[in-house]
Design a binder for this molecule. Structure first.
Ligand SMILES: [Zn+2]
Length: 405
């Protein structure tokens, strides 16, 4: 099968965990050399073969041409290598033309069919994996929030659109918490979201005003005011952490849900105009092209979508599905990062700051709150957003760093 189940590409890998893109010059050279070697061997085998060329021969040559297009001569280091590249590229083109001519009319247009079908298989497979990802996404952590649970997320396999709707309601309900949290001042922010005592008390919360004499008698003096403010602070922290969690979950869940419609939209575009008729024609009478990419599949012309769904399913069963990191599993540093990132952005809207210092909420929350397929947070992405937010925060609030308790 020429479809990669990891990146979903046919005949190549794009953003693929199996085949990481080459980083260094020598790696690039090696990659091009290997591709060249493959094509060279293929051409040699054809030259030696006594069999007349078939459509399959032509398909293989088209694959080889695609490979050379992706591995360019400009990555090669010296003149000799580039010359070898050009020789093989020309030989390949000549051979492809010769085979096309030998096959005559029936092979006319096979090159177009080749690229149309390659794209079609990738798009159909993408829809299937996006649907599976949306269906298997584990958002159950949202239902476990003690104060503001999202009930729709209770069962696995709940539709993400229902979860999104309820998430919206919880976000609306918890909106007033933003003002109360910022009322405690930025110096208290880390303490607020990590369950610590306030670093300092805003004067209006602890001042006794004109009540001092009476207040002292009935137990509302500075000491008890302070104690009650500390309790308020703790309760506000509990609720505000949940708001941050809801705010973090929102773009992650939305993205999964809109990914399906984006894939379907791309597919509709591919079938626009003459595309739909063409696709039907390929499934009806050019099944050898489908089989070339996907291997032997019974009733490939009529059962292609189902077959790709099965293939997508099988490729995913072994792994834990993606989901949200449980609320109570987030570390103190995670909470501090989320709170700071949120306030950097919040200040832009409310407190008239000129920028969020380049902090992007989607990116931050994907680094901290999203478990990838396989069940874990991407440790490198997490470390990078933690550092990014810390730098941005210290740039904006050079004196706002709270002393570590
Ligand atoms: Zn791949």
């Amino acid at each position: 099968m020429r479809l990669c189940l990891t990146c979903g590409c046919v005949d190549e890998h794009r953003d693929c965990a199996l085949v990481p893109a080459p980083r260094t010059g020598p790696e690039k050279v090696q990659r091009v050399q290997r591709a060249l070697g493959d094509v060279d061997r293929q051409l040699f085998a054809l030259k030696m073969s006594k069999e007349p060329p078939t459509r399959l021969t032509l398909l293989a040559l088209l694959s080889a041409e695609g490979q050379l297009e992706r591995f360019q001569a400009k990555d090669l280091a010296d003149f000799g290598q580039k010359r070898a590249y050009n020789l093989i590229e020309t030989a390949l083109k000549d051979k492809r033309k010769a085979v096309e001519e030998a096959l005559g009319d029936p092979a006319r247009g096979l090159a177009d069919t080749f690229s149309f079908t390659k794209k079609a298989i990738e798009l159909v497979f993408k829809i299937q994996t996006a649907k599976l990802d949306a269906l298997s996404f584990d958002a159950t952590a949202l239902a476990a929030l003690p104060i503001h649970p999202v009930q729709a997320a209770r069962s696995k396999g709940a539709t993400l659109s229902a979860i999104c709707r309820e998430l919206d309601e919880r976000l609306e309900e918890t909106r007033p918490l933003d003002k109360r949290a910022s009322g405690w001042g930025l110096k208290n922010l880390t303490a607020l979201v990590t369950g610590k005592e306030p670093v300092e008390y805003p004067p209006e919360l602890v001042s006794t005003g004109g009540l001092s004499v009476l207040g002292a008698i009935v137990g509302r003096g500075p000491a008890s005011k302070r104690a009650s403010a500390a309790t308020q602070f703790k309760l506000l922290g509990d609720a505000f952490r949940e708001r941050l969690y809801l705010l973090a979950a929102n773009p992650i869940v939305l993205r999964r849900s809109s990914n399906v419609s984006q894939c379907e939209e791309a597919w509709r575009k591919h079938l626009a105009g003459p595309g739909a008729t063409r696709w039907e024609e390929i499934k009806r009478s050019q099944q050898d092209v489908l089989a070339y990419f996907l291997g032997p599949i019974p009733d490939i012309g009529t059962k292609l979508e189902e077959a790709l769904q099965e293939i997508a399913k099988r490729s995913r069963t072994a792994q834990l599905p993606a989901g949200l990191v449980a609320f109570e599993k987030l570390a103190l540093e995670d909470w501090e990062t989320l709170a700071r990132a949120y306030f950097l952005i919040f200040e832009v809207v409310v407190a008239d700051a000129s920028s969020g210092e380049g902090v992007v909420w989607d990116k931050v929350v994907r680094g901290i709150v999203e478990r990838k397929t396989g069940g874990a947070v991407d440790a490198a992405a997490r470390a990078s957003v933690v550092a990014e937010v810390r730098d941005a925060w210290l740039k904006r609030h050079p004196a706002g760093e709270a002393p570590k308790a």
